[in-house]
Design a protein around this ligand. Structure first.
Ligand code: CMP
Length: 357
């Protein structure tokens, strides 16, 4: 059996199966559960465990045979999903055995690109995150000390020591406010207000740093991907590095499935397209549609003349495109007139054979 097809379907299934297993683990901890229900849930866990054994075998086959590109984390997660519950079954008191299936919480992480992205964001933003965390620690400790000084004689049971006051400081700084410890003195209440305001600021900083980190990381990934796509279009290969960066920023990638219509005859057109991969069919008045392949462009006629689209263009195969909007075309025309000239000349040539309105 080939490992690859099995693993390919497992990505969405993994999350679902893990959720099912964890729901069964949770259900098994409820009191007064009937014997039949218990047996069914245990059988479900057993079935899932068998599924994970097969998945581990597949991962091992893939890891050994297919150039060992499977990340080690995936292999470790698959191994833990099998061996932790197995060890629990052999060694642990039967009441707690199913709890060890909680290790399946890790399963949805095995192929997740989000957690890799999160890791990169956190590592890049680490200095700022450490800065804000230090600020959190300073405010937390300072507030606990002051609260202890102010409230210790009034409420010795709740603010009788700095560690006790620290619980109040965490609850207040995070603006959770359980209300189990409330300052009684005026000074204590003023302090509580200040701590709450600091908490809002600190959490806003954390959120801001992470949001900026995510935005930059996604933009960086898009830029690298666009760079590779733009480099595949011969027309742009002559560009200098500054102009190349400019065009990479301006072009937007898009994948169109085979058979889909990209632009229709008669519509207004505010963008043109460059073909990176695949082919498009242009339905002109000639009996056989004209096909264009990688490196070609289309949609330039409406963009330049402002007239409606001269023909309907559809994807002959799945096609990877880069689109350029009219405002970016103007920018390209002024910074790289030679490229704009090639596009204009091609439009003129095509206009000679294309149906006119
Ligand atoms: P536009 O008119 O904006 O939209 C349809 C596109 O099909 C057109 O731009 C050209 O890019 C392309 N096209 C039209 N006629 C021809 C042709 N004869 N040869 C190649 N491409 C064409």
């Amino acid at each position: 059996m080939s490992a690859r097809p099995f693993l390919r379907i497992s990505t969405p299934v993994n999350g679902l199966l893990a959720a099912l297993g964890l729901a069964a683990v949770a259900a098994l901890t409820t009191r007064n559960i009937g014997a039949t229900a218990r047996l069914s849930l245990e059988l479900l866990l057993g079935g899932l465990w068998l599924f994970y054994v097969v998945q581990l075998a597949d991962t091992l086959v893939l890891w050994q045979a297919a150039d060992r590109r499977t990340p080690i984390a995936e292999l470790l997660i698959d191994a833990a999903a099998v061996f932790v519950p197995l060890a629990a079954f052999l060694l642990v008191d039967s009441r707690d055995q199913s709890l060890f299936c909680g290790i399946w919480l890790l399963k949805p992480l095995r192929e997740s690109t989000f957690f890799r992205l999160l890791g990169r964001v956190v590592s890049r933003a680490a200095p700022n995150l450490i800065g804000v965390t230090s600020l959190f620690g300073i405010v937390l400790f300072g507030a606990s000390l002051i609260a202890y000084l102010i409230e210790r004689d009034v409420q010795p049971d709740k603010f009788g020591s700095v560690p006790q006051a620290m619980w109040w400081a965490v609850v207040t700084l995070s603006t959770t406010g359980y209300g189990d410890e409330i300052p009684q003195t005026l000074a204590g209440r003023v302090l509580a207000g200040l701590v709450m305001m600091s908490g809002i600021g600190i959490f806003a900083l954390w959120a801001g740093i992470l949001a900026t980190g995510f935005f930059e990381e996604v933009r960086r990934q898009d830029f690298v991907r666009n760079w590779q796509l733009v480099a595949a279009v011969p027309l742009f290969q002559k560009l200098g590095s500054a102009a190349f960066v400019e065009i990479v920023r301006a072009l937007r990638p898009r994948v169109v499935p085979a058979g889909a219509i990209i632009c229709r005859k008669g519509e207004a057109g505010d963008q043109m397209f460059f073909i990176v991969e695949g082919r498009v069919a242009i339905a002109t008045s000639s009996p056989t549609p004209i096909e264009l392949g990688p490196g070609s462009f289309f949609g330039e006629m409406a963009l330049i003349s402002g007239e409606p689209r001269s023909a309907t263009v559809s994807a002959a195969t799945e096609v990877s495109l880069l689109s350029l909007y009219s405002e970016d075309f103007q920018m390209l025309s002024s910074s790289n007139p030679e490229i704009a000239d090639v596009i204009r000349k091609t439009a003129d040539e095509r206009r000679g054979v294309a149906p006119r309105h």
